[in-house]
Ligand binder design. Structure first.
Ligand SMILES: Nc1ncnc2c1ncn2[C@@H]1O[C@H](COP(=O)(O)OP(=O)(O)O)[C@@H](O)[C@H]1O
Ligand SMILES: [Mg+2]
Length: 228
């Protein structure tokens, strides 16, 4: 079974009666434990593709199988359940809940799964990203890099089989970026987590097994795969 399989994925937005196709017939597949970097200029459809792969949004046509589950057949609620069970997602702008503390933000996915000892597990995850002492702080009291690390701890909370990260080091200083990068690849190695990341950082992209190059909503031919 593929960890992720994408076939002829197309996304068209309609606004003011005009249609804009931002993703054209994208296809690729990943095995469990694979690492993929999606690269390409701003506006080339990287975030759109990531959101469709993770079941955050629906395609206009084409299919996504996540851990063998065909997402386009599911309702919104069913997709949310699949995300909670299988997926970790690190957003470009973190998307932490502003009214919850760092610790509570990390607890949310654990509570949704009905796990026990959520506070202890969340505390251990925060410690792992170097924020063990900051659990009581609200997102607004944390720097961008610290918020990014909280979002990383939250994404790890489900022990996801597949982790999506949209420019995970884009807002970080080099040292914090290195820490976050290391955590992503450690999780990939330790837990066999499939890793799909969007990045502008060529150094980061060079560390993944494969690179998907996007331009104008299409995969640039002949540059789809690269073996590490
Ligand atoms: N909700 C939306 N409605 C209309 N157009 C959108 C919407 N979301 C994204 N787009 C457009 O889709 C294209 C691809 O966006 P995006 O996937 O964010 O690119 P990237 O992440 O590569 O910078 C852009 O032209 C963007 O303006
Ligand atoms: Mg983007």
């Amino acid at each position: 079974m593929n960890s992720l399989q994408v076939e002829n994925l197309t996304k068209t937005y309609t606004s003011a009666g005009r249609q804009l196709t931002v993703l054209h017939e994208v296809s690729f597949a990943l095995q469990a434990g694979d690492t993929l970097a999606i690269v390409g200029p701003s506006g080339s459809g990287k975030t759109t593709l990531l959101g469709l792969c993770a079941g955050l949004d629906r395609a206009s046509s084409g299919s996504v199988w996540l851990q063998g589950i065909q997402l386009d057949k599911l309702s919104e609620d069913q997709r949310a359940a699949v995300r909670n069970q299988h997926v970790g997602f690190i957003f470009q702008n973190f998307q932490l809940l502003p009214t919850l503390t760092a610790l509570e933000n990390v607890q949310v996915p654990l509570e949704l799964r009905g796990e026990r000892n959520v506070a202890r597990t969340a505390q251990a995850l925060l410690a792992r990203v170097g924020l063990g002492e900051r659990g009581h702080h609200y997102p607004a009291q944390l720097s961008g890099g610290e918020q990014q690390r909280v979002s990383l701890a939250r994404a790890f909370a489900n022990r996801p089989q597949i982790l999506f990260a949209d420019e995970p080091t884009g807002n970080l200083d080099p040292d914090t970026g290195d820490t976050v990068q290391q955590l992503l690849f450690d999780l990939n190695k330790e837990a066999g987590t499939t890793l799909v990341l969007v990045t502008h950082d060529l150094e980061l992209a060079a560390k993944t097994q494969r690179v998907l190059r996007m331009k104008g909503g299409r995969v640039v031919e002949g540059e789809v795969a690269r073996t590490a």
